[in-house]
Write a protein that binds this ligand. Structure first.
Ligand SMILES: [Zn+2]
Length: 140
């Protein structure tokens, strides 16, 4: 019997611990789905295979978190990155948050910036069962 989940969330985060961005290549349409889903995010096919992505991409948009949720340090940047292989994923941006405020007219230079993924481990907070691993994007 064919395994239904080709790439689980655990697989994705285990890969992230090694700075690998894992995704799914669709055998029907050829597009990449990331983060993992049971079906192709583009055509809905279940005919998928695991693939390692480059981790390279560019920032589509970002937001500066000045007032953080309980358990998180304030002044960090969340960004949406369009990966070179097509899908868009969210992560943190390794960048001086002070330079990214709206008061700094150059902050919009972050849009379109080329980045590469690594990862950061965040401590457990009151709402989660343990530490969290999230993509951390660094400027190239
Ligand atoms: Zn597809």
């Amino acid at each position: 019997m064919k395994e239904y989940y080709i790439l689980t969330a655990k697989d994705f985060y285990d890969g992230l611990k090694e700075d690998k961005i894992l995704g799914l290549r669709c055998k029907e349409c050829g597009q990449i789905t990331c983060p993992p889903l049971p079906t192709c995010q583009w055509c809905g096919s279940k005919d998928l295979e695991k693939t390692e992505l480059s981790g390279m991409g560019e920032i589509l948009t970002f937001t500066l978190i000045d007032v953080s949720p309980e358990g998180f340090e304030p002044h960090y940047i969340i960004c949406m990155v369009k990966l070179d292989e097509g899908p868009t994923i969210m992560g943190r941006l390794d960048y001086d948050a002070e330079k990214a405020t709206v008061k700094n007219e150059r902050s919009q230079e972050l849009i379109g910036m080329k980045v590469k993924a690594s990862h950061v481990v965040l401590p457990a907070d009151v709402y989660s069962g343990g530490e969290k691993i999230v993509p951390l994007f660094k400027a190239l």
